[in-house]
Design a protein around this ligand. Structure first.
Ligand code: GLU
Length: 445
């Protein structure tokens, strides 16, 4: 049995209750066959066995008191997956679906994504099954303080630096940072995505969405093309989706959809981003609000259709894992889509990604395409270390260079292994090589 097959068999046995983790791990392992079969150093040093096993998983109780005075208990986690190339780095997700499978898949992806940024950050992820939806600011604060009371023992600017993810934005980072500072009597860069007046970086909020569009634009430019006059379907309506749409407009394209968990809006005139920002970021309301003020736009409830049913040139799934399945991939292809770029983490099922790739659609996996967020988090860490803050232009220019470099590296890796244009393979191999090299250098640990 080949090395990769043995590892796949082993993780399938050990993690049979973790489908998302197995999906993410198998995708990477499949890509690595060509690398590990060509050099026995990986098998001799059990690099893959070590890579698929988190260095540490912390699980803890998060008790808090709601506005009615009732005691609530949630589960908190931090998966510290791999620190070969830097302190664990990755977001915190607060969502009722959070469990160990989801966090291990996200932490695993983060190892390769962070490696691709070219910056010294290891892979980690954490979060809770807490649902911020419908909670008051006070309740969110109480929860965040309790969560950080335990998490504070495990993180540090040179150990593990969490950030935001689904359900964790500026408000939550603020409450957690305040609690850490109070507990430790220390003002340090233990989280990224901080407020601009207290250690945050300009352009961090925009970075994931902008970065996604920079990477796709780089690909288009290298093929004598651009976003100009392209119609773009985007899912999600959080930071990633909003700032991806903003950058698409800046490059002359037209984003026509956005989604939340209840449904999607289609605006053939182009999404009105000021309205979206107001609904989602200020009112914290639902997208149903949009249609009323925008004649010509339509709202389709979840279950009755998806943005992937529409005729678009480019699709940017920016909501959540497995939101684009084989059927959606077929619809996109039938409608002539040319590029799919993942703004979320693993938004396409394995079957959807394979189908798109096999049918000539250019496909950028999340670990490359959405790396601008964590890349800019690493820039925030640099600014915190030197106690300086860089201008928006400075950070944005660095972000664009990071995304261009990622594009070139994944394209080159795919070419080197005889699969030009297979950016899934390219991203997995380019991300792996650096981490594996570091693991080999550092011995069996
Ligand atoms: N949650 C984001 C991601 O999936 C950002 C992580 C970070 O900035 O550390 O990469």
């Amino acid at each position: 049995m080949s090395y990769v097959d043995r590892i796949i068999e082993d993780i399938t046995k050990k993690n049979s209750d973790q489908p998302e983790f197995l999906q993410a791990a198998k995708e990477v392992l499949e890509s690595l066959r060509v690398v590990v079969d060509a050099d026995s150093i990986y098998e001799d040093n059990a690099v893959l066995e070590r890579l698929v096993e988190p260095e540490r998983i912390i699980q803890f109780r998060v008790p808090w008191i709601d506005d009615k005075g009732n005691v609530q208990v949630n589960r908190g986690y931090r998966v510290e997956f791999n620190s070969a190339i830097g302190p664990y780095k990755g977001g915190l997700r607060f969502h009722p679906s959070v469990n160990l499978s989801i966090l291990k898949f996200l932490g695993f992806e983060q190892i390769f994504k962070n490696s691709l940024t070219g910056l010294p950050i290891g892979g980690g992820k954490g979060g809770s099954d807490f649902d911020p939806k419908g909670k008051s600011d006070r309740e969110v604060m109480k929860f965040c303080q309790s969560f950080m009371t335990e998490l504070s023992r495990h993180i540090g600017p040179d150990t593990d630096v969490p950030a935001g993810d689904i359900g964790v934005g500026g408000r939550e980072i603020g409450y957690m940072f305040g609690q850490y500072k109070r507990l430790r009597n220390e003002f340090s860069g233990i989280l990224t995505g901080k407020g601009l007046d207290w250690g945050g970086s300009l352009a961090r909020t925009e970075a994931t969405g902008y970065g996604l569009v920079y990477l796709v634009e780089e690909h288009l430019n290298q093929h004598d093309d651009s976003f100009k006059d392209k119609t773009v379907a985007i899912s999600g309506s959080g930071n990633v989706a909003i700032f991806a749409a903003q950058k698409v407009y800046q490059f002359g394209g037209k984003p026509v959809t956005m989604t939340d968990s209840n449904g999607y809006i289609y605006d053939p005139n182009g999404i009105d981003l000021d309205a979206i920002k107001d609904i989602k970021l200020v009112q914290r309301a639902r997208l149903t609000e949009y249609a009323a003020g925008h004649p010509g736009s339509t709202y389709t409830p979840t279950g009755e259709g998806k943005p992937w049913d529409l005729k678009v040139d480019i699709a940017l799934p920016c909501a959540t894992q497995n939101e684009l399945d084989l059927n959606d991939a077929k619809n996109l292809l039938a409608n002539g889509v040319k590029i799919v770029g993942e703004g979320a983490n693993m938004p396409s099922t394995q079957e959807a990604a394979d189908f798109l790739l096999e049918n000539g659609v250019t496909f950028f996996p999340g670990k490359a395409a959405n790396a601008g967020g964590v890349g800019t988090s690493a820039l925030e860490m640099s600014q915190n270390s030197e106690r300086l803050s860089w201008t928006f232009e400075e950070v944005d220019t660095k972000l664009r260079t990071i995304m261009q470099t990622i594009y070139n590296n994944i394209a080159q890796a795919a070419k080197d292994y005889g699969q030009e244009g297979n950016y899934i393979l390219g991203a997995n191999i380019a991300g792996f090589k650096k981490v594996a090299g570091a693991m080999l250098d550092q011995g069996i640990v």
